[in-house]
Design a protein. Structure first.
Length: 138
Protein backbone atom coordinates (compact mmCIF):
# COMPACT_ATOMS: atom_id res chain seq x y z
CA UNK A 1 0.00 0.00 0.00
CA UNK A 2 1.42 3.32 -1.06
CA UNK A 3 0.79 6.39 0.96
CA UNK A 4 0.21 9.76 -0.54
CA UNK A 5 2.63 12.44 0.59
CA UNK A 6 1.03 14.75 3.09
CA UNK A 7 0.01 18.03 1.56
CA UNK A 8 1.56 21.05 3.26
CA UNK A 9 -0.30 24.29 3.72
CA UNK A 10 1.45 27.33 2.24
CA UNK A 11 3.13 29.75 4.62
CA UNK A 12 1.26 32.65 3.04
CA UNK A 13 -2.08 31.54 1.63
CA UNK A 14 -2.98 33.11 -1.70
CA UNK A 15 -6.08 35.27 -1.59
CA UNK A 16 -9.10 34.10 -3.49
CA UNK A 17 -11.03 37.32 -4.11
CA UNK A 18 -10.01 39.99 -6.60
CA UNK A 19 -9.74 42.58 -3.85
CA UNK A 20 -7.54 40.28 -1.82
CA UNK A 21 -5.26 39.68 -4.81
CA UNK A 22 -4.89 43.44 -5.39
CA UNK A 23 -3.95 44.03 -1.73
CA UNK A 24 -1.57 41.08 -1.84
CA UNK A 25 0.17 42.49 -4.94
CA UNK A 26 0.39 45.97 -3.40
CA UNK A 27 1.78 44.54 -0.16
CA UNK A 28 4.34 42.47 -2.03
CA UNK A 29 5.43 45.52 -4.06
CA UNK A 30 5.72 47.64 -0.90
CA UNK A 31 7.80 44.91 0.77
CA UNK A 32 10.11 44.75 -2.25
CA UNK A 33 10.60 48.55 -2.12
CA UNK A 34 11.42 48.38 1.60
CA UNK A 35 14.01 45.69 0.90
CA UNK A 36 15.58 47.79 -1.89
CA UNK A 37 15.83 50.93 0.27
CA UNK A 38 19.32 50.09 1.64
CA UNK A 39 20.59 49.64 -1.93
CA UNK A 40 19.23 53.05 -2.93
CA UNK A 41 20.75 54.72 0.13
CA UNK A 42 24.12 53.05 -0.53
CA UNK A 43 23.98 54.32 -4.13
CA UNK A 44 23.32 57.87 -2.94
CA UNK A 45 26.02 57.68 -0.25
CA UNK A 46 28.62 56.59 -2.79
CA UNK A 47 28.10 59.79 -4.77
CA UNK A 48 25.42 58.66 -7.16
CA UNK A 49 22.18 60.47 -7.82
CA UNK A 50 18.72 59.64 -9.03
CA UNK A 51 17.94 61.82 -12.04
CA UNK A 52 14.72 61.81 -14.09
CA UNK A 53 14.62 64.30 -16.96
CA UNK A 54 11.92 66.12 -18.85
CA UNK A 55 12.00 65.20 -22.51
CA UNK A 56 10.84 68.32 -24.24
CA UNK A 57 12.28 71.34 -22.43
CA UNK A 58 15.52 73.23 -23.12
CA UNK A 59 18.46 72.50 -20.82
CA UNK A 60 16.78 69.43 -19.36
CA UNK A 61 19.88 68.68 -17.28
CA UNK A 62 19.47 72.00 -15.47
CA UNK A 63 15.72 71.50 -15.03
CA UNK A 64 15.23 67.86 -14.00
CA UNK A 65 11.79 66.40 -13.45
CA UNK A 66 13.25 64.88 -10.25
CA UNK A 67 16.83 64.79 -9.00
CA UNK A 68 17.88 63.37 -5.64
CA UNK A 69 21.52 63.55 -4.61
CA UNK A 70 23.68 63.83 -1.54
CA UNK A 71 25.34 66.94 -0.16
CA UNK A 72 28.66 66.21 1.55
CA UNK A 73 30.24 69.62 2.17
CA UNK A 74 32.02 70.72 5.35
CA UNK A 75 29.18 73.20 5.96
CA UNK A 76 26.25 70.93 5.11
CA UNK A 77 25.41 67.24 4.94
CA UNK A 78 22.18 65.69 3.73
CA UNK A 79 20.04 65.25 0.64
CA UNK A 80 19.30 67.69 -2.18
CA UNK A 81 15.95 67.27 -3.94
CA UNK A 82 15.40 69.23 -7.16
CA UNK A 83 12.11 69.28 -9.07
CA UNK A 84 10.91 71.34 -12.00
CA UNK A 85 7.58 71.92 -13.70
CA UNK A 86 6.52 73.73 -16.84
CA UNK A 87 4.36 76.67 -15.74
CA UNK A 88 3.71 78.65 -18.95
CA UNK A 89 3.99 77.20 -22.42
CA UNK A 90 3.05 78.47 -25.84
CA UNK A 91 4.50 78.03 -29.33
CA UNK A 92 6.98 80.89 -28.82
CA UNK A 93 7.52 81.04 -25.04
CA UNK A 94 8.18 78.62 -22.20
CA UNK A 95 8.72 79.10 -18.45
CA UNK A 96 10.11 76.40 -16.15
CA UNK A 97 9.75 76.59 -12.35
CA UNK A 98 12.62 74.84 -10.53
CA UNK A 99 12.52 74.12 -6.79
CA UNK A 100 15.62 73.03 -4.88
CA UNK A 101 14.96 71.61 -1.40
CA UNK A 102 17.35 70.21 1.15
CA UNK A 103 16.89 67.62 3.87
CA UNK A 104 19.99 68.30 5.95
CA UNK A 105 21.09 66.70 9.18
CA UNK A 106 24.06 69.06 9.51
CA UNK A 107 23.98 72.66 8.36
CA UNK A 108 25.31 76.08 9.31
CA UNK A 109 22.61 78.01 7.46
CA UNK A 110 18.95 78.22 8.41
CA UNK A 111 17.00 77.69 5.19
CA UNK A 112 18.99 76.89 2.03
CA UNK A 113 15.85 75.97 0.01
CA UNK A 114 15.33 78.04 -3.11
CA UNK A 115 13.22 78.31 -6.23
CA UNK A 116 13.68 80.10 -9.52
CA UNK A 117 11.96 80.54 -12.85
CA UNK A 118 13.70 80.32 -16.23
CA UNK A 119 11.83 81.66 -19.24
CA UNK A 120 12.76 80.83 -22.83
CA UNK A 121 11.71 82.18 -26.21
CA UNK A 122 11.75 80.28 -29.47
CA UNK A 123 13.90 81.83 -32.19
CA UNK A 124 14.11 79.94 -35.49
CA UNK A 125 13.17 76.57 -33.96
CA UNK A 126 15.71 76.96 -31.11
CA UNK A 127 14.96 77.82 -27.47
CA UNK A 128 16.97 80.75 -26.11
CA UNK A 129 17.09 81.91 -22.51
CA UNK A 130 15.07 85.10 -22.05
CA UNK A 131 15.16 85.64 -18.27
CA UNK A 132 15.79 84.08 -14.89
CA UNK A 133 13.67 85.18 -11.95
CA UNK A 134 14.28 84.25 -8.33
CA UNK A 135 11.09 82.85 -6.83
CA UNK A 136 7.88 81.73 -8.50
CA UNK A 137 7.10 82.17 -12.18
CA UNK A 138 4.78 85.04 -13.09
Amino acid sequence: MTTQPRRRDPVIPMPVTRRGKIFFALGLTAWFLVLMLPCALFWLASGGEVHLQHGSIPESGVHPFLKIGTVMNPDARGFQITTSTITNQSDTALCVQTNVSYALWQSRSENPNTSYCDCYTRVEDQWQSASTISGACP
